[in-house]
Ligand binder design. Sequence first.
Ligand SMILES: *Cc1c(COP(=O)(O)O)cnc(C)c1O
Length: 237
Amino acid sequence: MTASNTIIPNIAAIQARIAAAYQISHADGPAPTLMAVSKTRSAADIRLAVSAGIHDIGENYLQEALGKQDALRDLAICWHFIGPIQSNKTRTIAEHFSWVHSVDRAKVINRLNDQRPSPLGPLNICLQVNINDEASKAGASLGDIPALAELALSQPHLRLRGLMAIPANTTNTDEQRRNFAAVRELLITLRQRFPNAQLDTLSMGMSADMESAIAEGASILRIGSDIFGPRTATTPD
Ligand SMILES: *Cc1c(COP(=O)(O)O)cnc(C)c1O
């Protein structure tokens, strides 16, 4: 089979994995949303994913995403920006996405707010937390999150929804669970501190650690390779 022929059965298989993991998770929130992460994938592949019931699409590279958005403007897709943010790209991001998961500094918060076109309504954002304090990774440190949350919540054109994390890569499920639990606990402290905010989102869990993330209450799973197959190239802009 070609990669494209596997996209639809892959999505059915992942939905079954999500349902099974959610059932044993004792989570009290709604079942997590499956976002398809389509960096390096074609618009045709995204179209197949949408035909299999996917509504949320995550992209990492702005130029690449804009081309696919244009090719897919006939579909009702909710577009999520999940890649590193250069501050000179914030205007285009604010104009072309419903969600941004990778917000990690004050400058980006201020710019996204100032540049969000009012007719589109508030931009949903998550603060990316560098939960293992890895020098190689984007994301704010744990200690910086409360002040960034306070700043984001003061912006009229942003709606802070929660936290996003890409924990250290490990196949040890206990470690995966510990990392995701730390993100969940951080969101709980934010909810206590900002009781009027709509902090309902934990954006966590990728192909290799999805079950651990669900067990710790993930609300948006960001799945790439288990839907589209292994990535062979990257196309940064
Ligand atoms: C690529 C990517 C994913 C998807 O990763 P897979 O391991 O392919 O499922 C999720 N989140 C972010 C931020 C990514 O860059």
